[in-house]
Design a protein around this ligand. Structure first.
Ligand code: 26Q
Length: 673
């Protein structure tokens, strides 16, 4: 049974929080302060279940998945937590009683935009699902000080503004300094013979290090009392690990370590599907992976004495190649700290790691220059060399005399570390994210690897959480569905099939149109309020919102708009007006993407101000498209544009969100479409 919501106690707690946090009465508090006070009260409602869940896991000792990801595109937490607690309506009422509008309070929360797009949002949706399904799971990531940049439109161009999402504090996070870990960079490896153990010891010397401090964020399951954890790591200077560095006269080293710590977690790299080979990026990767792997081993050893069975209790799910140093870091700990032999360590590692591929775009493949990689991670590089050596031997055994195969498949080649190859060699599972994508991996992109190890390959088609992408973002549709088929679909989405029985029911279909109209009016108002553009709610809302990429073909959609404009100019008036809505961020250095945004903004200017055309056609470029804006936009959509160049979109997940909210998909046969 869920704990019953006590409205009086909740109201009292919100008032107390305002007092304790801001020395104010509730009437004096700003909306932001009320948001903070409410969020702390909600966190308080979560915390017992959080404790109990973790205690239950401790007792049952289930296998735990560590979802390792550079990105978690969480969006806002308050509304989602209220829904998953099962107290949304009650808290809304309580706020009403206090004289506050929940929507306004929710609007105070900045998005946690610790991700670029699809890959980061998938990680966030999976955390929600894992908690709802009751799996023991951690998200492991980085607590970036600055998330995905905010997009401003100025004079027809995109301008990037830093996203200082932590400036008012994050009420849902919990700092856990007692679980801090040390992470080492650079220096050199000294080999010392340990005569007692009769083996070589590899010791990293002359390194710089940082202190990784975890912050835990609760992930609330849907009405099941389960609360999992997203653990994001902050970097702090190591000073209290090596207090004496000043005394030794290593003043500059202390300053350098301070800078290292500050830089590592400073900002999310805003380029998706594009590899640039930046040293700081590799530092970020090793930083959070080393800390997460250390923490996972430590947790295992608290209950288990035999490290050989680690894989029975832990899986490291690698979200693309970005966390792939986990393969080598796990090897390092097993070899150097646990004292295992290579073959033992390799067996454990390859039964622990699993790799998800999200792209076949050549320009997204991570290939680190060996010079950089070995300088930053000298011991890790030695281990990668040995992994490569043995892997190449295995290739030669299977394909004797075929050096072309070796060249194509080796982990180290042409002065580079190929992270995808390391991920495949080091994992028991390699999955694509839609049937078509997995087929392309097996038959083309990763064919050599599939031929050699077909059993590793499998498909896991992406999905989305219905809690955020239906229940939270589309209340009218949720109510309508509940009235028709009950609320069982909230836990079991398959029950939505019951709606098929109403396919020919005119009354139901008309109601559906009314719901859509209500959502279109809400979006119309939102666009008018935020961007001053007035759109016609009776027009067809034709929407393409996603990161800007050539392969996603926003440009083709813009060409369609130009055609439509010229056609109307020629006197061909469409029977129903159309509003074409775009929303997209371009990576700051992606010139063509920025040019396409400029094109769309020019069209918006031209068309909306042309009295011949604007009654029939309008263009809107949504500024700063993000998770929260998606929650406004998607329920209002008539036509969902999913028009990627076939084979290039691994899955897509926006496609699913639009479909769930009753839009018609206009799509190519790509990804999961
Ligand atoms: C790599 C190296 C250096 C810097 C950045 C990156 C980088 C960052 C982000 C590379 C790729 C990404 C993001 C990729 C991504 O979002 N892929 C999308 O993943 C979705 C979830 O599986 C799919 O639905 C989309 O089709 C896919 O494009």
């Amino acid at each position: 049974m869920l704990k019953k919501f006590d409205k009086k106690a909740f109201i009292a707690e919100v008032k107390d929080n305002v007092k304790a946090l801001y020395r104010k009465t509730i009437d004096e508090a700003t909306q932001q302060q009320v948001f903070q006070a409410v969020s702390y009260a909600v966190k308080d409602a979560i915390i017992d279940n959080w404790l109990e869940t973790q205690a239950q896991y401790e007792k049952d000792d289930p296998k735990t998945v560590y979802y390792m990801s550079m990105e978690f595109l969480m969006g806002r937490a308050l509304g989602n937590n209220m829904i998953n607690l099962g107290d949304y309506d009650e808290i809304k009422e309580a706020l009403d009683e206090l004289g506050f509008d929940l929507n306004v309070i929710e609007d105070q929360e900045p998005d946690a935009a610790l991700g670029n797009g699809g890959l980061g949002r998938l990680a966030a949706c999976f955390l929600d699902s894992l908690a709802t399904l009751g799996y023991s799971a951690y998200g492991c990531g980085i607590r970036y000080r600055y998330g995905m940049f905010k997009q401003k439109i100025e004079d027809g161009y995109q301008v990037e503004i830093p996203d200082n999402w932590l400036k008012d504090g994050n009420p849902f996070e919990l700092r856990r300094p007692e679980y801090a870990k040390e992470v080492k960079f650079g220096g050199y490896v000294q080999v010392e013979y340990d005569s007692a153990a009769r083996r070589n010891r590899f010791i990293q010397k002359g390194y710089q290090s940082v202190r990784a401090v975890p912050y835990d964020i609760p992930i609330v399951g849907y009405k099941n009392k389960i609360v999992n954890t997203l653990r994001v790591w902050d970097a702090e200077p190591i000073s209290d690990f090596q207090l004496d560095s000043f005394n030794k006269g290593e003043y500059m080293k202390a300053v350098e370590q301070e800078n290292l710590a500050k830089n590592i977690v400073e900002v999310l790299y805003p380029a998706d599907e594009h590899y640039a080979g930046k040293e700081l990026r590799l530092k970020q990767q090793y930083f959070f992976i080393s800390a997460s792997v250390q923490a996972a081993i430590e947790k295992y050893k608290k209950k288990h004495s035999d490290i050989h069975k680690f894989y029975e209790k832990a899986t490291f799910q690698l979200n693309d190649t970005h966390p792939t140093v986990a393969v080598a870091e796990l090897m390092r700990i097993l070899l150097d700290e646990e004292g295992l032999e290579w073959d033992e360590a390799w067996e454990i590692t390859t039964k622990t790691c699993a790799y998800t591929n999200h792209t076949i775009m050549a320009e997204a493949l991570e290939k680190w220059p060996i010079e950089l990689f070995s300088r930053l991670l000298p011991r890790i590089y030695q281990i990668v060399e040995e992994i490569n050596h043995r892997f190449v031997e295995q290739i030669r055994m299977m394909y004797p005399g075929n050096e072309h195969k070796v060249a194509k498949m080796a982990i180290l080649y042409d002065g580079q570390v190929r992270m995808a190859h390391l991920a495949i060699a080091g994992s028991f599972s390699v999955n694509g994210v839609a049937r078509l994508h997995t087929e392309i991996l097996e038959k083309q992109e990763l064919k050599d690897f599939y031929d050699m190890m077909p059993d590793k390959f499998n498909n896991k088609t992406n999905g989305i959480t219905f809690r955020r992408w239906l229940i939270h973002c589309n209340e009218p549709l949720t109510d309508m569905i509940t009235q028709l088929i009950g609320d069982g679909f909230r836990q079991d989405a398959m029950q939505l099939e019951k709606l098929a029985g109403y396919a020919g029911d005119e009354k139901v279909l008309n109601r559906l149109l009314e719901v859509k109209m209500a959502n279109k009016r809400r979006l119309k108002k939102y666009i008018l309020d935020t961007q001053g553009i007035d759109i016609d709610e009776n027009s067809i809302f034709d929407i393409q919102v996603k990161r800007l990429h050539e392969y996603k073909r926003q440009q083709m959609n813009a060409l369609y708009v130009i055609f439509k404009y010229l056609d109307i100019k020629r006197g061909n008036i469409p029977s129903t007006p159309v509003t074409v809505i775009f929303g997209a961020k371009a990576a700051p250095a992606y010139t063509i993407a920025k040019d396409i945004i400029h094109l769309i903004l020019c069209l918006q200017q031209l068309i909306n101000n042309d009295p011949d055309v604007s009654p029939y056609l309008k263009v809107v470029m949504i500024e700063n498209y993000n998770v929260t804006k998606a929650e406004y936009i998607i329920p209002a959509c008539d036509v969902s544009e999913q028009i990627s160049l076939a084979s290039k979109e691994a899955s897509g997940t926006g496609n699913m969100k639009f479909m769930l909210n009753g839009a018609v998909t206009l799509g190519t046969m790509d990804g999961a479409n």
